[in-house]
Design a protein around this ligand. Structure first.
Ligand code: PLP
Length: 380
């Protein structure tokens, strides 16, 4: 059976050129990047080339990029790192209620360690309330951490404005950009970003590689003890092949960004308009305009999303009920709850996220399948 994959926010397949670029470092180029002999130096060179590519993609400098094992580690390093290094100035952090658990649970841990965290509300489209952000700032606020784009509903936050508010108040600004990197053009300077987290497997690099951007001069502590790799901020022998894969993937995606973006927008907008035409009483969640190009999050009334996912799977279609991380959990999504979605609609919410290999024919198959399955499983 042909697999039709519409879950690119959960993960993406490894790109062909990415794999090709990685292969030497999984085979004969096995030198430890800290070693002085030739194959060690070659690994080091490959890491530094990748560092340049990652930096270029977000308008940063190479020495502002630190490789990590994933997006979650990058979020932990940014938030805990800044909190520990700056606690003499204050112990207050501001974040939002719709962050990924990599941020929310990091903040929970910091609360247990004596830090104070404010969790901002969002409006019905998932956008943080700027007035509430301004009113939440205290003399002890050291960090604002707001995601660039939400992983469930795709809403893009007003990053430039948040960064500006942070800087006017001498507060550092971190953004979890795991869903945005590869999907949105990012310039850390014009967007006033001090720290940014990304994860390779969301843009055709392998799972298990991420990076943190930290602006030159930003103080943050390492959270893992060991060797002095990554400018002494992230101990552990470098995963050369995956770092090379991350560099290749980010360079490739931004080289062809306009075409990729256009393709995702066309597939997404076609899917949304056909679903709204053909299935009654659906609700598109997230902001209509300020949303990721490949994200369509739609609630179907009187439908159980788990049942829907299983029926789609029988047709070879992969999609998601909410965020992949909450799959298997029976509690309603914290994001859909935060936007005030009717619990009955929350239960019937399907996230479809498009990618590079999807075709219009695939999307037509998805729409036809949804129409057929929903008419069968919808409770009367
Ligand atoms: N932040 C967001 C917004 C995400 O969507 C994810 C993963 O889905 C993460 C963080 C965690 O990234 P990783 O899976 O690389 O740890």
């Amino acid at each position: 059976m042909k697999v039709r994959y519409f879950d690119h926010a959960a993960t993406t397949p490894i790109g062909e050129n990415v794999l090709k670029a990685m292969l030497p470092y999984l085979t004969y180029e096995y030198g430890n990047a800290s070693a002085l002999y030739t194959i060690g130096r070659q690994s080091k060179k490959a890491i530094n080339e990748a560092r340049k590519k990652v930096a270029n993609a977000i308008c940063a400098k190479p020495h502002e990029i630190y490789f990590t094992s994933c997006g979650s580690e990058s979020d932990n390093l940014a938030i805990k790192g800044v909190a520990y290094a700056n606690q003499s100035k204050g112990k207050h952090i501001i974040t939002s209620k719709i962050e990924h658990h990599a941020v929310l649970n990091t903040c929970k841990t910091l609360e247990k360690q004596g830090f104070e965290v404010t969790y901002l509300d969002v409006d019905e489209n998932g956008i943080i309330k700027i007035d509430q952000l301004i009113n939440s700032i205290k003399p002890t606020t050291i960090l604002i951490s707001i995601m660039f784009a939400n992983n469930e509903i795709g809403t893009i936050e007003p990053i430039e404005i948040i960064g500006d508010i942070a800087h006017k108040n001498k507060i550092l600004f971190h953004t979890d950009s795991v869903q945005a990197v590869g999907n949105v053009k990012i310039d850390v300077n014009s967007l006033n970003i001090d720290l940014l987290s990304m994860s390779g497997h969301k843009f055709y690099a392998p799972k298990g590689i991420g990076a943190l951007y930290a602006r030159e001069g930003v103080e943050f502590e390492k959270i893992q003890d060991g060797g002095h790799q990554e400018s002494d901020k992230r101990a552990g022998t470098e995963n050369v092949a995956e770092i090379v894969g991350l560099g290749e993937a980010i360079e490739e995606i931004y080289k062809d960004y306009d075409n990729y973006n256009q393709k995702l927008l066309e597939l997404r907008d076609y899917y949304i308009s056909e679903i709204q035409k053909r299935i009654p009483n659906t609700k598109l969640n997230g902001d209509k305009k300020l949303r990721l190009p490949g994200n369509a999050n739609i609630s179907f009334p009187k439908v159980n999303a788990q049942e829907l996912l299983l029926a789609l799977d029988e047709k070879g279609i992969c999609a998601s009920a909410g965020s992949a991380c909450s799959t298997g959990s029976t509690s309603p999504s914290h994001v859909l709850t935060a936007i005030g979605l009717d619990p009955e609609l929350t239960e019937g919410t399907l996230r479809v996220t498009f990618g590079r290999d999807n075709t219009k024919e695939d999307v037509d198959f998805l729409i036809d399948s949804l129409e057929e399955i929903i008419s069968k499983i919808q409770k009367k």
